[in-house]
Write a protein that binds this ligand. Structure first.
Ligand SMILES: Nc1ncnc2c1ncn2[C@@H]1O[C@H](COP(=O)(O)OP(=O)(O)OP(=O)(O)O)[C@@H](O)[C@H]1O
Length: 693
């Protein structure tokens, strides 16, 4: 055993000499650097631990655990313990870099690793269902035992990294430990899903919070913002205040928000495809599947992502372009296409069309314009006949034209007294295969307005995007057609300028539009009717964004809002702002005017009425068939015979007799002078009109 200079902390385990011998090399520098970095946070640990213990003792169900943590004798502990609880199917750290990735999430870890063996040791008694105690981690070896044991016992949505160092009783426990349920977990619960049939029952907008992983820049200084989800609440903590001020002043340190779902991806190791796939699939189960069900029931649905720049909004909606990182749009379309095939056998025909728009500086742009192809077509004269005429690729005919050699991609927002606000003639593309969908997403991504900003080196969206899926459902038997829309709105991120920052004039101009429209959306959330008030005047017309979202937040539509937040401590204020906005949206209360069941019944009744009317119309417009004519003719002949019979007794008697024998008329409107006429009444009975002259 050898203590590495500059890293050693009293009482900590050190790198095993045997490992060095076995590997024949020094521990990786990157690992050591990380340890030095995180060592700096040691002083803050005590504060955090106090805070942690405070939370534990406040919560009755966790008192026992807290007591145990607090009272344990130092000597009972090995020098270093890593409590590592993982999500199912997650491989434990396998390499130094991987381990670094795991530990970098733990604030102020001051430790070294025993790299000799891999062992999953006894569980921690008090909460054995939640943790596995791992006293040794082998960076090189095969960690199968650890994986097997932990994977089955941990809540799939919460994982924890807890590293305890001695000689202090408890120097650090990752705050995320609090997200773990204290109940013994015997089986892995299924993800908590939004109610698929009716969306959020109590309010109009269902809110889901999603925390993205640390990015490269944030990993260098591991500042962890805490997001704990407790039942339907998320709690965010202000570490900055905690360090400076009184940790017992709880109201200033932590903020609580009501939500419907929370997804913490901050533990996601970069490049781990399985975890990515799992997280994106979870998002689909929470929001995407209910959306599909709602839309097939005839409801319009909207999913909005709201958050600061780089918080993962586009990742949630579209994904990152990889197969495992596919976002909601491709997954929803896939599910719809699967349903198309299933429903074909039951006589229901589904058509899926998509449009992709962007609101950039208050102008609506069509992102599905393939400018290259359309320019080429125009230059080669192929589309000459289409100049200034409607292009046939839009549903029912659209109005994008070639003007002065340019492809028009700007569209107008209009209002219809009955159907509400709509965008004039966007390109609707029919999607029948996954490949088509991928192509359209690529085309849209290429046409989006992106730009690098000061705080984010990567390209950032400079406008809001609106991806709409139009589902047309036709029942082949009844010929009934219903249309519903799924709108997916990827809002541009707000960015606050820090003092001393000098963005370009263009970026400032764009930010002005983005921030103004987001502020107007925020106002809309405040002013719409909610649990507290009946609402105030909402000026939908103040921006293109609010105009287009108007339908989404009214009556026959269900809305889901994803509040994307960053895990980094420096983004605390932005996260609070996002969560406040989400909380406002959650309070909006304008329940749909009809539930799907009632709507179905009404549709059926209307179908029936239409069928009866169609039958009557066709029968009335048709020429009378011989069988239908026979009856009136026979009646007419009868009356003529009577007339003949009574001719000698005089006309007066004859009239009287005829009156008596006259066939009763039910619909006497179409009498013809001197001729017997007939009509078909609603009960399909013939009546005869006879006029005696
Ligand atoms: N949950 C997540 N899991 C893995 N990676 C994520 C997650 N969320 C975001 N990322 C990654 O973070 C980066 C930023 O995400 P994204 O572009 O979606 O942010 P954004 O909020 O749309 O940003 P902007 O508003 O600036 O356009 C991307 O590289 C993305 O792959």
């Amino acid at each position: 055993m050898e203590i590495l200079s500059g890293i050693a902390v009293p009482g900590l385990n050190v790198v095993d000499e045997n490992t060095r011998e076995r590997n024949g090399k020094e521990p990786e520098i990157s690992t050591l650097a990380t340890i030095r970095d995180i060592e700096k946070g040691l002083e803050a640990n005590l504060q955090e631990c106090m805070n942690f213990l405070q939370v534990l003792t406040e919560d009755n169900s966790r008192k026992e655990i807290a007591a145990e943590w607090a009272n344990r004798d130092e000597r009972q502990f090995p020098e270093l313990e890593v409590f590592h609880a993982m999500r199912p199917n997650t491989a434990p750290p396998k390499s130094a870099t991987h381990l670094q990735e795991h530990l970098v999430f733990v604030r102020g870890v001051s430790c070294e690793f025993d790299c000799s063996t891999v062992e999953s040791e006894s569980s921690c008694d008090s909460n054995k269902h939640l943790f596995q105690t791992v006293s040794k981690i082998d960076l090189e070896g095969d960690n199968v035992p650890l994986r097997n044991k932990t994977a089955q016992q941990v809540h799939p949505h919460h994982d924890c990294y807890a590293v305890k160092t001695l000689p202090s009783n408890l120097l650090l426990v990752d705050e995320r430990i609090r997200t773990l349920s204290t109940e013994p977990i015997t089986e892995i619960p299924s993800p908590k899903l939004a109610d698929s049939s009716t969306g959020n029952q109590n309010g109009k907008v269902s809110v889901c919070v999603r925390m993205r992983p640390f990015n490269e820049h944030e990993k260098v200084c591991p500042l962890k913002q805490v997001l704990c989800s407790q039942k339907n609440k998320v709690v965010v903590k202000d570490y900055n205040y905690l360090r400076q001020g009184n940790p017992m002043n709880k109201s200033k340190v932590e903020s609580q928000f009501d939500v419907d779902n929370a997804l913490d991806d901050s533990f996601l190791p970069r490049g781990n495809r399985q975890r990515k796939e799992e997280s994106q699939r979870c998002m689909f189960e929470i929001l995407g599947r209910p959306c599909v069900e709602n839309s097939l029931d005839g409801f319009n649905t909207t999913i909005m992502t709201y958050g600061q720049m780089g918080s993962g909004k586009t990742y949630t909606i579209v994904g990152d372009g990889t197969t495992c990182g596919r976002g909601l749009v491709p997954r929803i379309v896939n599910e719809l296409m699967r349903r198309v095939q299933d429903d074909q056998s039951s006589g229901v025909h589904l058509t899926i069309q998509v449009s992709y728009l962007e609101i950039y500086q208050e102008k609506v742009r069509d992102l599905l314009v393939d400018k290259k192809a359309e320019h080429t077509a125009e230059e080669s004269g192929v589309n000459c006949s289409l100049r200034c005429t409607e292009l046939p690729l839009i549903d029912g005919g659209g109005s994008s034209f070639f003007l002065h050699g340019q492809v028009k991609d700007q569209l107008r927002v209009r209002e219809h007294p009955e159907t509400g606000t709509y965008v004039e003639s966007p390109r609707w593309k029919v999607v029948t295969a996954h490949e088509e969908m991928d192509k359209l997403l690529k085309l849209g991504a290429a046409n989006r307005m992106l730009g690098s900003t000061i705080s984010h080196a990567r390209l950032s969206s400079r406008g809001h995007t609106l991806f709409t899926i139009k589902i047309t459902k036709t029942n082949e038997k009844s010929q009934h057609t219903s249309v519903s829309h799924i709108n997916m709105v990827d809002l541009a991120g707000s960015e606050k300028m820090a003092l001393g920052q000098k963005p370009s004039a263009e970026r400032t101009y764009e930010s002005k539009y983005i921030n103004r429209s987001l502020a107007q959306l925020n106002d809309m959330f405040t002013n719409l009717p909610n649990g507290r008030s009946n609402g105030k005047f909402v000026s939908y017309r103040s921006s293109a964004l609010t105009m287009l979202l108007r339908e989404s937040l009214s009556e026959n539509s269900k809305t889901y809002l994803v509040a994307n937040i960053s895990p980094a401590e420096q983004d605390f204020q932005e996260s609070i702002h996002t969560l406040r906005c989400a909380a406002k949206a959650k309070r909006i209360h304008a329940p749909p005017n009809q539930d799907p069941a009632t709507k179905k019944q009404i549709f059926m009744k209307m179908d029936e009425e239409i069928r009866v009317l169609q039958y009557l119309i066709s029968d009335l417009t048709k020429k009378p068939t011989p069988s239908k004519v026979a009856e009136p003719l026979r009646a007419a002949k009868e009356t003529t015979d009577v007339a003949e019979e009574f001719r000698p007794t005089g006309e007066t008697d004859c009239r009287r007799s005829l009156q008596e024998k006259k066939v009763q008329l039910r619909l006497p409107s179409r009498q013809q002078k001197g001729k017997p006429s007939w009509a078909l009444n609603a009960k399909d009975r013939f009546v005869v009109h006879t006029k005696i002259t």
